[in-house]
Structure formats: structure tokens, C-alpha cells
Design a binder for this molecule. Structure first.
Ligand code: HEM
Length: 485
């Protein structure tokens, strides 16, 4: 094999990669040492802005295979045939900490999936929890500020975390979930994924359905106790990354079975819970799980920065047959992600290999900007309509229309007859075994007892009590006991 020659960025051979050029032996460095200048300057620019949330993550390629016919619900081409496979890329993540944060922490996990379909990329940007802390996107920046590092102390502060929750009773359901056994997954392989929001599916006949996605892990759910997690973080802060990487390298390919809950669009208005409220689930007794297919991860990225750090998932990357619901949180996210990508990666991030379509080509009139690599040829016009057979619209609606009535204004999301902030949190609590309840109470009390203000503690206890009187009483007793210690 011929020896590979080290070159500069422009491809010229490098004569010396160990000694910089100087004016005489022992003299100052020469400005003409292009290799040195380029090396130092490039190194200074290696980092890009980290994701403002979900900064720490792990990725893998794989495929999605349809196992059950869902064509009566959606016309999406990648779901059109049993046995059909679509290439995918997934990124798992923690939420609150920065890029260097530890993996085994109590935090929701991101479950962001890109399907490279023949009708364009479909991104399903979910979490490992079926619900969320808030139900209006206008609260998201405040929520995240309260959970990330405090601008003065530079660390996460129980005072901020619980103060925000004291003012957000709608978070009680998700807090109960997070502080329970599933709050620290043993690894990314041992947790479920959820689309969390309600989405809209439309079939060939134009009929609309509302759906919720559930990816059930085929590895089984495994979680860590607070003590086990603390020990693991000390031994391997990158434990989830280690686990995922090694499993796939060994050929132990993790998989998930996808189920959907399907609600005919006509039932949404009268359902007992607002079906577009992200703090609520649809009990399976109301809308049972229907199997769709399986997701298999079988290939590690070759380069973490190029493929995982530069991956860009956006909830508004839909394909025909799948669209948004009026969930206000989802609507806010339809803006936030692509905007984040333009800031973090630049306007041409869609041309990076991990983000570009693989089963079709992007063909439009978007041009120029930093780092444009796909910019059209001499025969491609950069305007539309044109007389030169450039790409043109299909006139086929991607999803069904939604009937809307009423006044503009800053409305609270409508309440359905069983809606309040606490009922489902109480249901979740009552489902738990005695042991699970004890661990839940201990986890909540561990954080809440560190809060400095009594009124903030009381407001939070009142939320748990509203969910279930016993739940509230036990949290109160556990917090008092820890504070008296
Ligand atoms: C209005 C509420 C929300 C806003 C404004 C928001 C905004 C963001 C932003 C700006 C990012 C960083 C994107 C990037 O730089 O690539 C992000 C990442 C992420 N968000 Fe959200 N988010 C919201 C709610 C949610 C919810 C409800 C879920 C899950 C159901 C979720 C799941 C994720 C995931 C998984 C990532 C990481 C994606 C990746 O791996 O690249 N977010 N979010």
C-alpha cells in the first residue's frame, strides 16, 4: 500500500508536522508557516453552538419495517405495505444538562427519529415519556431556564426547578412520571419512545385520524434507582453512549415495536380529555394500541460530530399522509427546531449527509447561503413558475384540513369534561405498587426538601395532594422528616 501523505487543507504536502518554522534555530515563529496557522485557526473553530436543550446525546442508524397494514389510516408511502423497510437515524438524549453532562441522570430522554422515506424525510421528535410538563409553548423558555444551570450559581438549583413547578400545576403528571421508577433509564435500549403529541394521519380517501405513537422497547424496560445511578455516573459518565455503541458493535441490535392509538377525527371534540393537551394520555381502554411495525438499530455512526452533533430533527418535517394536530405545544415546536438549526448549523444544514433525504432528492428553488453544496446547475432556474420544466407543486393536499371557529386572542387550551391538572397524575400514582410509591415519594422529597422557601414547598405539596390525598400527605411527611434532620 502506498504511504499516505499528510497535506494542508488545500492538498499541498506537509513537510514537518512536529516542528513549526522559526527565524533561525531558537528564534520566533514565521508568519509564513501556513500549516501551523491553519492548524491553530481550525482548532479554534472546532466547536459549534450546542443544542439549547438535549445537548448530550447518542445516535444510530437502522431501519423501520412495516408489520401491519395501516393504509386505512394513512396514505404515507413508507407505511403502505407490510414488509416495507425504510432507512432511519435516531438520536437519543438527555434534556437538561450541557454537552459534557452525565448520561445516568433523572431526566426525560429524547427519542428523535428520522425516516428517510421516498416522499422526503419524516422526523418524529419524541421523548421516552408520553406526556410533558407544560401545555403552551410560550412557557417553554421559562421552563427550561428553571431546569438548567442558574446564571449566578452555575448549577442546577432545586429552588428554581420547584419554583417553576409550583406555578405549573399542569406539570404534576409528568413530575410523577419523572420521579418514579422510569425517571432514570438503565440505558437508551431499555426505555420506550413516544411521539407524545397527537398527530394527524390522513388516508387516500382524505379521511382524518388523530394518532399517538408508542415505541415499546423489545429489550424490556430497565431503570436505575437514584443510588445505582449515582454510582454509575461515577464509574462511567457516558454509560448510555457506551451501552448503545457496544451493543451495536457486537451485533446485538436493539429494536422497538411501534404501536399507534388511533382516534377518528370526529371523536376529538367530545372526548373526555382534550386530545391535544400534551399533559394527558389517552387511556388504552379508550383507544387501544394497534401495531404498525418495528424499528431496528444496526449501524453506529462513523463520526459523532458529523452525524450526531450535526443531526437536525424538526417536528415539521412531515410527509403526505402525516401532519400536525392543533396541540399548541406541537405548533410552537413547528417553528422552534428549524430556527434552531439555522442558528446552530446554518441555512444549508439540510444538505449535510445525515440530514439530506436518502430515498429521494430535494428539488426546489432555495439557493445560496453559507456552505451551499447543492445549488443547481447551469440549466436549473432559480425561480418558479418557469418555462423550463423546473420542479412544480403537486396540488395534492398533504393532510386533511381542520375546521376552525372563534376569536383570535391568548386563549387557554379548552377543557374537556374530565380535564384538570391532577386526575391523570393521581391515576398514575394509584397504579403504582407500594414499593414504587415509596421510591417516588423519596425521590420527590429528596429534591423538594432542598428548596429554601416554605411557600414553594407548600404549593408543590398541594399539587400532589390534589392528585391524590395520600400522595400529598406522604410527600409532606417525607419532606418534613428530611428538613428536620
Ligand atoms: C414548545 C415546546 C418545545 C420547544 C420550543 C422545544 C425546542 C427545542 C429546541 C430548540 C431543541 C434543539 C434543537 C436543535 O438544536 O437541534 C430541542 C431539542 C429536542 N426536543 Fe424540544 N422543544 C419543545 C418541547 C419538546 C417536547 C414536548 C419533546 C418531546 C415530546 C421534545 C423533544 C426534543 C428532542 C428529542 C430534542 C433533541 C433532538 C435531537 O436529538 O437533535 N421537545 N427542542
Amino acid at each position: 500500500m502506498s504511504k499516505r501523505v499528510l497535506t494542508t487543507e488545500s492538498g499541498a504536502p506537509v513537510a514537518d508536522n512536529q516542528n513549526s518554522a522559526t527565524a533561525g534555530v531558537g528564534g520566533p515563529i514565521l508568519l509564513q508557516d501556513q500549516h501551523l496557522l491553519e492548524k491553530l485557526a481550525r482548532f479554534n473553530r472546532e466547536r459549534i453552538p450546542e443544542r439549547v436543550v438535549h445537548a448530550r446525546g447518542s445516535g444510530a442508524y437502522g431501519y423501520f419495517e412495516v408489520t401491519d397494514d395501516v393504509t386505512r389510516f394513512t396514505k404515507a408511502a413508507f407505511l403502505s405495505e407490510v414488509g416495507k423497510r425504510t432507512e432511519t437515524f435516531i438520536r437519543f438524549s438527555t434534556v437538561a444538562d450541557s454537552l459534557g453532562g452525565a448520561d445516568a441522570v433523572r431526566d426525560p430522554r429524547g427519542f428523535a427519529l428520522k425516516f428517510y422515506t421516498e416522499e422526503g424525510n419524516y422526523d418524529l421528535v419524541g421523548n421516552n415519556t408520553p406526556v410533558f410538563f407544560i401545555k403552551d409553548p410560550i412557557k417553554f423558555p421559562d421552563f427550561i431556564h428553571s431546569q438548567k444551570r442558574d446564571p449566578f450559581t452555575g448549577k442546577q438549583e432545586p429552588d428554581n426547578v420547584w419554583d417553576f413547578w409550583a406555578h405549573s400545576p399542569e406539570a404534576t403528571h409528568q413530575i410523577t412520571w419523572l420521579m418514579g421508577d422510569r425517571g432514570i433509564p438503565a440505558s437508551y435500549r431499555h426505555m420506550n419512545g413516544y411521539g407524545s403529541h397527537t398527530y394527524q394521519w390522513t388516508n387516500e380517501a382524505g379521511e382524518a385520524f388523530f394518532v399517538k405513537y408508542h415505541f415499546k422497547t423489545n429489550q424490556g424496560i430497565r431503570s436505575l434507582s437514584a443510588e445505582q445511578a449515582a454510582e454509575l455516573v461515577g464509574k462511567d459518565a457516558n454509560s448510555h453512549q457506551t451501552d448503545l455503541l457496544q451493543a451495536i458493535e457486537r451485533g446485538v441490535n436493539p429494536s422497538w415495536t411501534l404501536y399507534v392509538q388511533v382516534m377518528p377525527a370526529s371523536e376529538a371534540a367530545d372526548y373526555r380529555f382534550n386530545p391535544f393537551d400534551l399533559t394527558k394520555v389517552w387511556p388504552h381502554a379508550d383507544y387501544p394500541l394497534q401495531r404498525v411495525g418495528r424499528l431496528v438499530l444496526d449501524r453506529n455512526p462513523e463520526n459523532v460530530f458529523a452525524e450526531v452533533e450535526q443531526a437536525a430533527f424538526s417536528p415539521n418535517n412531515f410527509v403526505p399522509g402525516i401532519g400536525p394536530s392543533p396541540d399548541k405545544m406541537l405548533q410552537g415546536r413547528l417553528f422552534a427546531y428549524a430556527d434552531a438549526h439555522r442558528y446552530r448549523l446554518g441555512v444549508n444544514h439540510t444538505q449535510l449527509p445525515v440530514n439530506a433525504p436518502k430515498a429521494t432528492v430535494a428539488d426546489n428553488y432555495g439557493r445560496d447561503g453559507f456552505m451551499a453544496t447543492r445549488n443547481g446547475s447551469r440549466t436549473d432556474k432559480n425561480y418558479e413558475p418557469n418555462s423550463y420544466s423546473g420542479p412544480s407543486q403537486t396540488d395534492a393536499a398533504l393532510s386533511a384540513p381542520l375546521a376552525i371557529a372563534g376569536w383570535t386572542g391568548t386563549h387557554e387550551a379548552p377543557l374537556h369534561n374530565k380535564d384538570d391538572d391532577f386526575f391523570q397524575a393521581g391515576e398514575l400514582y394509584r397504579l403504582m405498587s407500594e414499593d414504587e410509591k415509596s421510591r417516588l415519594i423519596a425521590n420527590i422529597a429528596g429534591g423538594l426538601s432542598q428548596v429554601s422557601r416554605e411557600d414553594v414547598i407548600e404549593k408543590n405539596i398541594a399539587h400532589f395532594a390534589a392528585a391524590d390525598a395520600e400522595y400529598g400527605k406522604r410527600v409532606e411527611e417525607a419532606v418534613r422528616a428530611l428538613r428536620e434532620d
